[in-house]
Design a binder for this molecule. Sequence first.
Ligand code: ASP
Ligand code: MG
Length: 506
Amino acid sequence: MERSVQVLKFGGTSVGSGERIRRVAAIIGHQLRDNEGMFPVVVVSAISGVTDQLLRIARFACTGEHELWQQELEALKQRHLEAADKAAHKREGREALQQDLQVAFALLEQGVSAVEMGRGAATKEPGGESHARDRALHAAPTISAWGERLSVLLVAAAARDLGVQAMPVREEVIITSDLQADTLPALGTVVGADPLAQETRVNAARLIHPLIEGGIVPVAPGFIGRTGGGNVTTLGRNGSDYSATVIGEALDCVEVTIYTDVDGVLSADPRIVANTRLIPRLTYAEAARLSWFGAKVLHPRTLIPVAHRNIPVRVRNTFRPHTRGTVVGPDLGGRSAAVAITARRQLALITVENSDLFGAPENAGQVFELAARAGAAPVAICSSSGHHLSFMVEEQAVDPVVALLQHDMGSWRVSHRRGLAACACIGSGFTADPMSPARAITALARERIPIVTQGASDTGIILIVEESDSERALRCLHRDLIAPVIPLVRHEAQDTHEKRREIRQG
Ligand code: ASP
Ligand code: MG
């Protein structure tokens, strides 16, 4: 295929109503006209809240609560029909869309009835138990897949209404592994399946290349996939960002843009820290670390399909399309300070010590193996010497890990401390400027916040503090490492604030 492709992914709030869907359609039209050379392939989520609703329907069908699922389904249908009314203004297109939605809802209802009926039949059939298992495994993905199938219809119709040649992709693009039957999920929940890159590439070429070659913008469902054998699967809850990069990689795209309801990645959580900044560029490694240490903007898996190919991912705001957002891409070098600050809470510190200060055998391998056996991955490894090792785990995992360590490491003393948080100051090349770690530690010292332990590296510094100090810690770290806070007088109009800030910073 000759054309270079960009994937535009719109999340649930971006397609949250008919008006919003029109806005999305306008962005698609704009990208088609103004981004010469980069042809858009659109990936969409279900309307916000719809996946939850579908999963409730799946649960009611499994438990045979007929009235309840019918009510939910009716509400869902109304919501989509109302959205259709607002999304497509021209009569012909709107009627075709309403027709498509009616057909989709009839199929969905059939699917739900089949789940409900299967529930009774399965126990009576020979081998009924494994049938029941199979049904429980496939009911939720099969039903929840409709959220995305419905929103592709709405978005494609809205785009056409604005004069963009667009078509919904009515099949799953992503091919995944089979779901493992030994991990039977709770009723009405989905387990994510793993995308298969090669198979998905072939399938994406089949479904999407012909549209692009015909100059038609494909509008594909995010979140869902199917196995080689034809079972519908999902990539797990909130998996649509991930599905966008999986599809992007399969199409060898130039860039993936995730349109969401925030401006991009900020330098800290704005609910806690004043004066946060939009980060224009982040490396893949910085983004991965940010999400490991608690930032919510990109799902950690999202970068997996694209990072090894150096395909950039841009995060930008559907509702403020003039802002450029944040680009996550390869490391271009040149940084020597923190770009973002984040905190991961509800952690505990486990320390393993041997009283034999000089002759203690090496123990790290055994410690981490036991921790893994107790179901805990270390969140951060803080310090070690021959006779001592300390690391952080999630608080909920601390008891089983400590019990196992105490049981299996006879002569070692195991202690732990709960109620901690890891404040991470993240930036590639962090230690290139020797002042960077010093500034972080000084920031906390000046606020009289004790540092329980810490670890610095070229990629940033992790400071472990009492959880009750963590918000204060974030604020002073942000102030001293990223952006000074100019004291503002409360109760003033926002624009006066802005002016004043400009004057003081200028
Ligand atoms: N609609 C799916 C969900 O709500 C996928 C997504 O929106 O990311 O989980
Ligand atoms: Mg969603």
